[in-house]
Structure formats: structure tokens, C-alpha cells
Design a protein around this ligand. Structure first.
Ligand code: 13P
Length: 253
């Protein structure tokens, strides 16, 4: 049984001074969900406040990116050691917004993912196709390429610290969600690709999240699918009641 994992991706939306209220609001709104792993991935500058506010709650804290070098002349970057030192336990890697706007490639995703896992962070590695790629019939090719390069040299043992997030780019922030069947089809492809990379037994243990306009109203039917093991939530993670509603939907699955 894979434990469901619901993670918020706050993106560039919450100030340090606003962080404690959101984390505490989520903690108060979440009622008795022992079967769900709950994560808030925050801007790096919010991590210390989020960690402090999450103390004594079931909420784990993560960041939205990390660099692969431990230290050095990399202006503007954040190392895995810095995140761990601040109390983060998770990090999102290769979100489509980083690929689209900040030159992230499958190769840099691989460097960041391996560094995060080696440091002991849980890496939430994002994959997903654009609408153009889907319409051009390239869905499978894109997902397999993102996984083969992004997870190169990630071992079966490393998979204990790996979560994959399937985020169709056309569903992010658009209000347009993949149907449960559309999402399940890609999740099955992701698991089959993982099986080729690290073996079928290990592939069965890796959680695969869906991300893209997930809300309390559509979470249950997505999470009911065999290979959908959680959600990576943008907009709805910024409202405690909505995020708690998604967590409740995951608990009842
Ligand atoms: P939305 O839930 O706002 O569509 O964002 C999804 C996402 O990008 C999570 O990483």
C-alpha cells in the first residue's frame, strides 16, 4: 500500500510574515487524516517560518527548487544542505514553470534530483507534457524522455526518497483538469517506465502525484484511480479549507 501524499506548491505567492497563519490554518482544518502524508512546499525564504509553524503538526515542509552543488559561487541558488539546515524534508524538482521560464532541462532536473536524494531530502520530480506535445501525439515520448534523463542513475534504493508528480502543463492554473482516465493513463505509463528503470517491485512502491487544477471537488475521483497516489496542488493549497478538503478526500480513498 502506498501512503497517499498531498503536497502544496505555494509557488511565488506567500510572504514570510504570512506563512505561519497559512500553515496553522491548514493544521487546524485537517481533521484526523493519519493515512495521508501532508506537505507544504514553500518559497525558500518561507521555509524557516513554515517549519516553526508546522512543529507538532503532521505537516512536513519542502522547498520548490535546490541546486546540485553543496556550496560555492552560485549566486541566487539554494543548496540541499541549506534546506535541511532550515528543517525542510522535501523539495520539488523540475516543475514545468522552472522548465518554461528558467531554463530547466531534463539534465539539470537529473542533477538536482540526485543531489536532493543523496542529501536525504524527498525529491518530488515533476514531469508533464504541453498541449502542443499532446496534440502532436508526443505524450508518451515526452514523458519517457523526461523520466529516462531526469532519473538517470537514480537507483532502486534511491526511490525511497522519490515522488513523481505528473503535471500536464495545460492543466496548471487553467481550471482545466485532466479527466481521471486521462491522468490514470499517464500514471500507468510513468509506473511502467519506472519499472524499466528501477525494477517492477520498486516501481510499485513509488508514489505518483497528479497536479493541475486539483480541488476538493475533483480530488476524490482522481485519487480513486489505481496509480494516482496523491496530489501536487497549486492554487487550492493557498486556502486552508480547500487544501484540507483535498487531504480529506485522500484519507477516504
Ligand atoms: P494548480 O493547482 O494551481 O493548477 O497548480 C498545479 C501545480 O503546478 C502544482 O505544482
Amino acid at each position: 500500500m502506498r501512503k497517499k501524499i498531498i503536497a502544496g506548491n505555494w509557488k511565488m505567492n506567500v510572504k514570510p510574515s504570512e506563512t505561519a497563519a497559512l500553515v496553522k490554518g491548514i493544521a487546524e482544518a485537517v481533521k484526523d487524516c493519519p493515512d495521508v502524508e501532508i506537505v507544504c512546499c514553500t518559497p525558500a525564504i518561507d521555509v524557516p517560518a513554515a517549519v516553526a509553524a508546522a512543529a507538532g503538526t503532521p505537516i512536513g515542509v519542502g522547498a520548490e527548487n535546490c541546486h546540485w552543488k553543496e556550496s560555492g559561487a552560485y549566486t541566487g541558488e539554494i543548496s540541499t544542505g541549506m534546506l535541511l539546515d532550515a528543517g525542510a524534508k522535501y523539495v520539488i524538482i523540475g516543475h514545468s514553470e522552472r522548465r518554461q521560464y528558467f531554463g530547466e532541462t531534463d539534465e539539470t532536473v537529473n542533477l538536482r534530483a540526485r543531489a536532493a536524494i543523496a542529501a536525504g531530502l524527498t525529491a518530488i520530480v515533476c514531469v508533464g507534457e504541453t498541449l502542443e506535445e499532446r496534440d502532436a501525439g508526443k505524450l508518451n515520448e515526452v514523458i519517457v524522455r523526461q523520466m529516462e534523463i531526469g532519473l538517470k542513475d537514480v537507483s532502486a534504493a534511491d526511490c525511497a526518497k522519490l515522488v513523481i508528480a505528473y503535471e500536464p502543463v495545460w492543466a496548471i492554473g487553467t481550471g482545466r483538469t485532466a479527466t481521471p482516465d486521462q491522468a490514470q493513463e499517464v500514471h500507468a505509463l510513468i509506473r511502467a517506465t519506472l519499472a524499466k528503470l528501477v525494477g517492477a517491485d520498486t516501481a510499485e512502491t513509488v508514489r505518483i502525484q497528479y497536479g493541475g487544477s486539483m480541488k476538493p471537488g475533483n480530488a476524490a475521483e482522481l485519487l480513486a484511480k489505481k496509480d494516482i497516489d496523491g496530489g501536487l496542488i497549486g492554487g487550492a493549497a493557498l486556502k486552508a479549507a480547500d487544501f484540507a478538503g483535498i487531504i480529506a478526500a485522500a484519507q477516504s480513498k
